[in-house]
Design a protein around this ligand. Structure first.
Ligand SMILES: Cc1cc2nc3c(=O)[nH]c(=O)nc-3n(C[C@H](O)[C@H](O)[C@H](O)COP(=O)(O)OP(=O)(O)OC[C@H]3O[C@@H](n4cnc5c(N)ncnc54)[C@H](O)[C@@H]3O)c2cc1C
Length: 455
């Protein structure tokens, strides 16, 4: 019987616990988590804050009761302070500050990530928020409910900034997004980022790009946000969402090796450099399937997969993480934005000879009502024709996610761009065309490549 201790009870930690019990039903599995709410979907926080998901309880992937029913012992409000690998002990403290040591045969570290706190004067002022945990969302929610703010500035034009712009507009606030890059959503190329900016504009969001926020100050009952290029805005609420960083201090103090962005270095079996200690989720480096190298790509999808592998291997399994492609999608008002694989510059840095071709096509036959245009950028290797990545923007009901997943599946299996035309994809006029937009974009890429290769 394995005594398995898991630190962290969100996506990765809970997946590890459930899988361990599935594989070894006699395993004694304990999950110690620093907060009181195990296995909540923090991906759903923007929808709770918008009011579209009115009750935060609905965000539970599983309740604490569901988890304990699986034979998993939960220690809520229990923070790991130190790991002693030599003696297989972890020192934890509960909410009252009571300290004790927990023994383990195998340990899984799943302590996730925390928001980056930029060095901004005014970050700790009342009315300035970061968003990561359920507790963070309760603070924003309390502000929305009790102070009835009428305006918000969002610092950061990443996917959380986009979702929160949508959420605040949904609640009737005036919203300004400030982004230091040239376009919002820098996870996609500029031409697509501009489409997202246009969508924000259509819904009344002010977008300031090329602006570095420098300070936040109290201005009467409001907050004053100042930045480069003479940027200045006042608002009742400021949300700072610039990036996340892995939470690995306790691991590092135990000489567990870290790599990219100080995320824990793991093998593809999710083992750390220390015997009997595994790590998983947003606190670890992620193996990239195309780059064949570790990267830091914190996503819920990956955390679930890696957690399952860590849990299985911690009780004697031999599974390996197949690698991420960075596949992701976000809904911004009526638009969905998705990507998978590499973009041009990333592919070039990895030694490929990338060619990216953008094309537009209708999501379904235009004679059937409600057709929407899709913008698709396909990246492939000019020399070999291998598919390297894809990006897509379109109406959120135009199957953007399904279509990016076709590219993701093709990438996973190392297909060539030309091979996409051979796929037997489904068709009926209200949802697609005999050639799906994925195939039309692949054909545009192939034609472009042929032209670029012909003398
Ligand atoms: C607003 C928002 C929207 C998102 N949307 C998406 C999306 O649409 N799609 C997607 O794929 N991903 C999304 N993500 C990312 C996704 O939520 C994360 O990748 C995922 O939650 C990571 O899970 P995790 O278990 O590794 O870490 P976390 O969720 O960060 O959980 C960490 C756990 O560790 C515990 N912990 C931390 N330190 C200690 C300690 N010292 N001792 C004990 N316990 C500790 C915490 O209490 C918590 O239980 C979103 C994230 C946010 C914030």
């Amino acid at each position: 019987m394995t005594r398995l201790l898991i630190l962290g009870g969100s996506d990765a930690g809970t997946s590890a616990a459930l899988r361990a019990r599935e594989v070894e039903s006699s395993a004694e599995v304990t999950v110690a988590l620093a907060d009181r709410l195990p296995n909540y979907s923090i991906c759903g926080l923007p929808f709770y804050l918008s009011g579209e998901t009115p009750d935060w309880h609905w965000l539970a992937h599983r309740t604490a009761e569901d988890i304990t029913r699986e034979g998993i012992h939960l220690l809520l409000d229990t923070t790991a302070q130190a790991i002693d690998p030599a003696n297989h002990l972890v020192t934890v403290a509960d909410r009252e500050g009571q300290v004790r040591a927990l023994e383990y045969d195998r340990l899984v570290i799943a302590t996730g990530a925390v928001p980056v706190r930029p060095h901004l004067p005014g970050l700790d002022l009342p009315g300035v928020f970061l968003l990561r945990s359920m507790e963070d969302s309760f603070a924003v929610h309390a502000c929305l409910e009790t102070r009835a703010p009428r305006s918000a500035v969002i610092v950061g034009g990443g996917y959380i900034g986009m979702e929160m712009a949508d959420a605040f507009i949904h609640r009737g606030l005036a919203v300004t997004v400030v982004e230091h890059g040239g376009t919002v959503l820098k996870t996609v190329d500029e031409s697509l980022g501009r489409l997202v900016s246009a969508e924000l504009g259509r819904h009344g969001v002010e977008v300031a790009t090329g602006v570095a926020v420098e300070r936040i100050a109290q201005a009467g009952t409001q907050l004053h946000v100042m930045g480069s290029e003479g940027f200045s805005a006042t608002a009742d609420l400021v949300l700072v969402a610039v990036s996340v960083q892995p939470q690995t201090e306790v691991a590092q103090a135990a000489d567990i090796a870290t790599g990219e962005r100080q995320a824990i270095r793991v093998t593809r079996a999710m083992e750390t450099n220390v015997p009997d200690i595994f790590a998983t989720g947003d606190c670890v480096e992620t193996w990239h399937r195309l780059l064949q190298a570790p990267t830091y790509l914190p996503l819920g999808t990956t955390a679930h997969k890696q957690g399952r592998i860590a849990g299985e291997n911690a009780v004697g399994g031999h599974r390996e993480f197949a690698g991420t492609l960075g596949t992701q999608v976000v809904k911004v008002f009526d638009t969905a934005v998705a990507r998978t694989g590499l973009r041009d510059a990333e592919a070039a840095m990895a030694g490929f000879d990338p060619l990216t071709v953008e094309s537009r096509s209708w999501d379904h036959k235009v004679y059937y009502p409600g057709a929407h245009e899709l913008h698709i950028r396909v990246t492939g290797d000019r020399k070999t024709g291998r598919l390297l990545g894809a990006q897509m923007v379109g109406h959120y009901q135009a199957e953007v996610a399904k279509r990016i997943d076709i590219f993701a599946t093709a990438l996973f299996h190392g297909m060539r761009v030309d091979d996409l035309s051979d796929l037997d994809l489904s068709y009926t006029p209200p949802v697609s065309s005999p050639w799906d937009p994925v195939q039309i974009s692949a054909q545009a890429w192939v034609a472009h490549r042929q032209r670029s290769l012909s003398p």
